[in-house]
Design a protein. Sequence first.
Length: 325
Amino acid sequence: MQRLRRMRRTPALRALAAETAVRREGLIYPVFVEWGTGKKEEVPSMPGVYRYSVDRLAEIADRVAESGIGGVMLFGIPECKDEAGSGAYDADSVVPQAIRYLKEYFRARGRDIVVIADICLCEYTSHGHCGVLTAEGVDNDASLPLHAMSALAAVRAGADMVAPSSMMDGVVEAIRAALDAEGYTHVPIMAYSAKFASAFYGPFRDAADSAPQTGDRKGYQMDFRNGREALRELAADEEEGADILMVKPALAYLDVVRAARERTELPLAVYNVSGEYAMVKAAAAAGMIDEGRIVEEILTAFFRAGADMVITYHALDWAERGGKA
Ligand code: PBG
């Protein structure tokens, strides 16, 4: 008989033999920044997640600085949206303002927390699509310069990293070229490489007012039936010069994470998205599950599957609970 239970007998033996742990510094917390002043509004479908105006960010910045997590990722809600998504590349729009604020806030406290700017147009376009909309759909090549301008606006404001999430072909290369041309050769790109068209983004679209006004994103985000194609997306971004590859969503896509881990030597991120968070919070609020234990198990699974970093709305709560159930 194989006595596999021997090493499970006591907590000390189990701790000694544990293969995986959630790495605190590998967690990234998404932050929604809204135009205006004096705002802190809870996202209805995401209990515990708020949209902050820049002047109210101190509260969240403090929690982030105390928590020991590795980074934040910023999303903007601009005052007005237009066809071309100009709020995405305006040097004074919400995200560049928030970047300047946060970098200064952390610096003044002797902390160096990685500030990542999500780069996409959907929060800024009146039609809610992730690029330039034409009668034929989203025009890939016409959208690239706008993404490059958006990345430049974020990096000029002090972003440590940019993360293009539009699933436009060639967007990593376009951003790399634009950053290099301005001397930002040192700024890494985290590519949302295998981003699936997913119902799990529902609550985020409430949070960012970014639901497409017509149609859906299936013409540019991936078909969730495809695993091999995901590997082609990852390989393409690696070739275009990405520094970190991402799989998104996370829970229903850990097969892709594992396959990616076996194919690339690049750091790998997973995005534990809004719908995944909302399901946990709703079940916990209904008394159906133990939130702390469920979150510990979920986050551990991401690292066990091969992720090096996890973008998650649970990051602060997890860290503040002492990083354990
Ligand atoms: C922007 C973007 C989205 C998310 C991250 N960046 C929304 C989308 O593609 O519709 C989703 C994040 C989440 O659900 O938590 N393109």
